[in-house]
Design a protein around this ligand. Structure first.
Ligand code: BTN
Length: 326
């Protein structure tokens, strides 16, 4: 019996007796008990066991389901999607999609997972990825004109994420150059783009997005920066992760399909509307060097325009972080 057979039976949050679960799964009550313990250990989900009542996950759990995602997507983006796979536990959805790309998988593949055991963030950081709380997705796309045509792609992806959240009437987020998603100055999500192929010709790109939806406090202790999640920022009801994923794909897939035709210039004005640091005094850290100035948005290539004492400097991606000056 695997986690994916037991968990959906407990997802509603109602008590299910050991006997009932055993009958539905065709196993003994002892096997159910063992599986519940393993599930708690591996997922960290708070499964209660109450004598005379059975088992339940208080508050229920919102599980990812591919048919619910595709049903909520627009026909246009469904057409651009090759395949959507919902994985239970994986090291990293980016790593998995990269492996699939190397094995010749078609572009348009999207992998999402309930949990990542080695979620990757930018600059070698880990991405805290507890079970069934957040959204972790990676998308495979192919571009024909080499890496140069992809300048600003990660910024444009940020616009798609911000729009996807707006589509669900969630509070407006801000984008922090180069690709953080913030809400009231705290990190709500991030984007990690990885490439493989010919820098001058056809290349395959993995677009990884992590959104904190309902971050359990126990997992959050491992996050080393100010963070937030949709649960704490949403005014009304938190949308299900299936609806959230559908809204993100509705924005992302058409953007990717048209990106090489227009480049980032088509998205620049949109990005500026979400710019968290517009006209703010900032300090750029790049390796051991720092550069102070005023952030003046981005150019058509997605380079940060930093106004310094010697004039405007264009700063491209890489190992650069941006912090509001104290
Ligand atoms: C960042 O550091 O801001 C980027 C975070 C990107 C996290 C996502 S979660 C889905 C995908 N798989 C990964 O291992 N990382 C990205």
């Amino acid at each position: 019996m695997s986690r994916s057979t037991l968990l959906p039976l407990l997802a509603s949050g109602d008590f299910r007796s050991g006997q009932e679960l055993a009958e539905q799964l065709g196993v003994s009550r002892t096997a159910v008990w063992k599986q519940v313990n393993r599930l708690v250990e591996e997922s960290g989900l708070p499964i209660e066991s109450v004598k005379g009542k059975g088992y339940r996950i208080a508050g229920g759990v919102d599980l990812l389901e591919a048919p619910l995602v595709t049903a909520a997507m627009s026909p246009q983006s469904r057409h651009l999607l090759d395949r959507l796979e919902v994985l239970d536990t994986i090291d990293s959805t980016n790593a998995e999609v990269m492996r699939r790309a190397e094995a010749g998988c078609a572009p348009g593949l999207v992998c999402t997972a309930e949990q990542q055991t080695a979620g990757r963030g930018r600059r070698g950081r880990q991405w805290v990825s507890p079970y069934a709380g957040n959204l972790y997705l990676s998308l495979l796309w192919e571009f024909g004109q080499g890496a140069a045509a992809l300048e600003g792609l990660s910024l444009a992806v940020g616009v798609a994420v911000a729009r996807g959240l707006e589509q669900l009437a969630l509070p407006t987020v801000q984008l922090k150059w180069p690709n953080d998603i913030l809400y009231r100055g705290e990190k709500l999500g991030g984007i990690l783009i990885e490439m493989n192929g010919d820098v001058d010709g056809a290349c395959r790109v993995v677009i990884g997005i992590g959104i904190n939806v309902s971050m359990p406090a126990a997992a959050a202790v491992a996050i080393d920066q100010a963070w937030t999640d949709i649960r704490s920022s949403a005014v009304g009801q938190v949308p299900t992760r299936n609806r959230l994923l559908a809204a993100l794909l509705d924005q992302l897939l058409p953007l990717l399909a048209g990106f090489e035709d227009t480049g980032f210039s088509r998205w620049r004005e949109d990005w500026l509307a979400f710019d968290a640091f517009a006209d703010a005094e900032v300090v750029l850290h790049s390796g051991t060097t720092t550069l102070a100035g005023i952030a003046r948005g981005v150019d058509d290539r997605g380079a940060l325009q930093l106004q310094t004492t010697t004039g405007i400097q264009s700063v491209y991606g890489g190992e650069i972080s941006l912090r509001a000056a104290s």
